[in-house]
Design a protein around this ligand. Structure first.
Ligand code: SF4
Ligand code: SF4
Length: 282
């Protein structure tokens, strides 16, 4: 039985037994080679479910939107499961209202190529689940090109890094697709939408754009699971993962913390430890 078939069978059983009120998974998209999130509530609809390399959305993003729908089953790749852990740690969802159908992931594709976030993925299997659908997959070796690009960026002076970022960020049209698809970006009123006071200008000049991206990156520090959903959603092709990977690396090195991999370990920025490195405070 293929993985998609197993998934359909389990979704059908979970709905028929009323163990869950909804299964959040993927179904075929509107064009060949695309998939889209599916919200299945009747056993006979479970046959629409698929799982393959086109299933790129981070489904944890929908858990907050259906949190009053009763117990929900959700299909979770490695990165989706890490977002679920972050949401659980932040008390946004309750574990008892969740049934996690784990799936190993060999990387998702975008425009025919493996997504850049998957090239650097170290957690292709779910870190938390109720049952696995299919086998776990092998952890891929880190992609040498991504590692080389990151190293070259690190070796630039701060003025040169600013220049590189500025050229990229200046193209942002402030559509907020990156924010909307992020499962861990859930404030009821985002700082960019606040009007009393208005914290960030709403134009898409470089200064306002940079304020949006830097503040968002800081909000996501220790919480971003590097799923790449924001990067794939950006209509301007802005390299959001470069910023996300850098922030994640700094958190890893300074706080010995990786977002969403250990539900029992408090998130990096929720604790103060006098021994934390702080040589940058002058
Ligand atoms: S900021 Fe981007 S990469 Fe990080 S969790 Fe959100 S969508 Fe995923
Ligand atoms: S998705 Fe891209 S263009 Fe839209 S706000 Fe985010 S970075 Fe800017």
């Amino acid at each position: 039985m293929s993985r998609s078939e197993k998934l359909r069978q389990r979704a059908k059983e979970l709905l028929a037994s009323k163990e869950v009120a909804m299964v959040i998974g993927y179904c075929a998209g509107s064009k060949p080679g695309l998939s889209q999130p599916a919200f299945i509530t009747r056993p006979e609809e479970a046959q629409r479910l698929i799982f393959d390399s086109t299933c790129s959305q981070n489904l944890a993003n929908y858990l907050l939107k259906v949190k009053n729908s009763g117990k929900v089953a959700v299909v979770a790749k490695g990165c989706d499961s890490r977002s679920i852990v972050v949401l659980l740690q932040e008390n946004q969802i309750q574990r008892e209202n969740l049934y996690i159908l784990g799936v190993g992931c060999d990387g998702v594709v975008q425009n025919g190529a493996k997504s850049v976030s998957c090239l650097a993925c170290q957690y292709p299997n779910p870190v938390i689940y109720d049952e696995m659908i299919g086998d776990e997959v092998e952890k891929p070796a880190p992609d040498p090109i991504v590692a080389k690009n990151d190293k070259e960026f690190e070796q630039l002076s701060s003025a040169e890094r600013w220049q590189v970022l500025s050229e990229d960020i200046s193209r942002c049209i402030r559509c907020y697709a990156c924010r909307q698809v992020c499962p861990n970006c859930y404030c009821p009123v985002c700082f960019v939408d606040a009007s009393m006071p208005q914290l960030v200008g709403r134009t898409h000049n470089l200064s306002d754009n940079m304020a949006f991206h830097i503040i968002r990156a800081l909000h996501m520090a220790g919480r971003c699971v590097e799923c790449g959903a924001c990067h794939r959603a950006c209509p301007m092709g802005i390299d959001l993962m470069r910023l996300n990977r850098r922030v994640a690396r700094i958190v890893r090195e300074r706080f010995d913390s990786v977002a969403g991999v250990d539900i029992n370990k408090p998130p990096a920025l929720t604790q103060f430890n006098p021994a934390d490195p702080q040589e940058f405070i002058k």
